[in-house]
Design a protein around this ligand. Structure first.
Ligand SMILES: [Zn+2]
Ligand SMILES: [Zn+2]
Length: 374
């Protein structure tokens, strides 16, 4: 199924060129494999976004799509080229004419911002409630210490590139389904630097950058939700040619706790109460994030009744206030009765009157169900 390109990019039908470009950049950045290595569908989604951008950024294609849909595009020779591209870098190159995180994303001329890095961590519900610190280790491209990023052996010169004459960029022509595309691309000899070291640095092989393993302690704030991301600015891959480093995204997974169900900042627990205890009134033990708590069950408690423990839920990030814990009382009807127990219950049944069974304030069935499942 091909999705509507406006929907894919999340723009209005009357969006202008700038809004469309911005929407695609934002999406493309999110889906970049360095950031999104945890999503196996990132590449497919990226291609879908690229195809949507290809249609909406071209006035003829957009008008054709608006009038005739995808079929119109295919039959009028506007078939997508996005799926023909091999890699993310190719697509970026074709659409933005250069490095995705460089000039197209707001670095200065020649400066290239480093890529983003994503890591995932797991915390328990209790840790999520209190807040915690987690050690993460990740691989990152950093500036080479030996040459300081100059790419040359210390003490040796860096010379002007003979291929591009120092410009760092060369023109290239690519054939696509909708004609020739002339674009500038980084010079493959100097890698866009415009200069090449006479003697490449021994440590990094003349790249000026090397992969290193970095460890970091990350503060996970109290109240964090499952799948929430923490962004640590400047902790990603090193930039090039004086560009700023990328960011580190820490994806926090909160493991399930079989005792609690999370509902926003509230927690829901279910506690069994034997039918006679529910009828007579009792005290039950309820697990909370702060340890077990004794809770009074009133005489005549009905199945599905809810007791609310104020302030026993999860905190709101950045604020101290905690949600509530809702305790659903699950009245358990006795099974496997002995002869004596049967007699007692039969005696009880015989003695029950309307007074015992009538509700003090009649409630509809829907009302009862809502109470149980709210
Ligand atoms: Zn080096
Ligand atoms: Zn060059």
């Amino acid at each position: 199924m091909r999705r509507d390109p406006y929907e894919v990019l999340g723009v209005a039908p009357d969006a202008d060129e700038r809004q469309i470009k911005r929407a695609f950049r934002t999406l493309a950045r999110e889906l970049h494999p360095d950031v999104n290595s945890h999503d196996p569908q990132a590449e497919e989604k990226f291609k879908e976004a690229a195809e949507a951008y290809e249609i909406l950024s071209d006035a003829d294609r957009r008008a054709t799509y608006d009038r005739y849909g995808f079929e119109g595009l295919d039959s009028r020779g506007f078939a997508s080229t996005a799926h023909g591209f091999g890699s993310f870098a190719d697509i970026f190159d074709a659409f933005f004419g250069g490095d995705p995180f460089g000039a197209a994303f707001g670095g200065g001329p020649g400066r290239v911002q480093g890529g983003d890095v994503a890591v995932a961590v797991e915390v328990s519900l209790e840790e999520a409630a209190r807040g915690t610190a987690v050690d993460v280790a990740y691989d990152v491209v950093d500036t080479c210490e030996r040459c300081g990023g100059s790419r040359a052996e210390p003490g040796t010169p860096v010379e002007t590139c003979s291929r591009c004459g120092g410009a760092g960029r060369v023109r290239a022509v690519t054939r696509t389904a909708f004609g020739q595309l002339v674009r500038e691309q980084a010079c493959e000899v100097c890698g866009g630097e415009g200069r090449v070291p006479a003697e490449p640095c021994r440590e990094c092989g003349g790249r000026g950058r090397r992969a290193v393993r970095r460890s970091l302690q990350v503060d996970v704030p109290a109240g964090i939700a499952d799948e929430q991301r923490i962004r640590l600015a400047g902790r990603g891959h090193a930039g090039e040619r004086g560009g700023p480093p990328g960011d580190l995204y820490v994806l926090v997974r909160v493991t399930e706790d079989e005792r609690f169900l999370r509902d926003g900042n509230d927690l829901v627990t279910v506690v069994d109460v034997p039918a006679p205890a529910a009828a007579l009134g009792a005290t039950v033990t309820v697990p909370t994030l702060d340890g077990d708590e004794r809770v009074e069950v009133a005489a005549g408690t009905q199945p599905g009744a809810v007791v609310t423990l104020r302030g026993r839920g999860m905190p709101t990030i950045g604020r101290g206030r905690r949600g509530d814990q809702r305790v659903v009382l699950n009245v358990v009807i006795p099974r496997n009765l002995s002869g004596r127990q049967r007699e007692l219950l039969e005696e009880l049944r015989g003695s029950l009157t309307d007074e015992n069974l009538r509700e003090p304030a009649p409630e509809s069935l829907v009302g009862k169900l809502k109470r149980a499942f709210r």
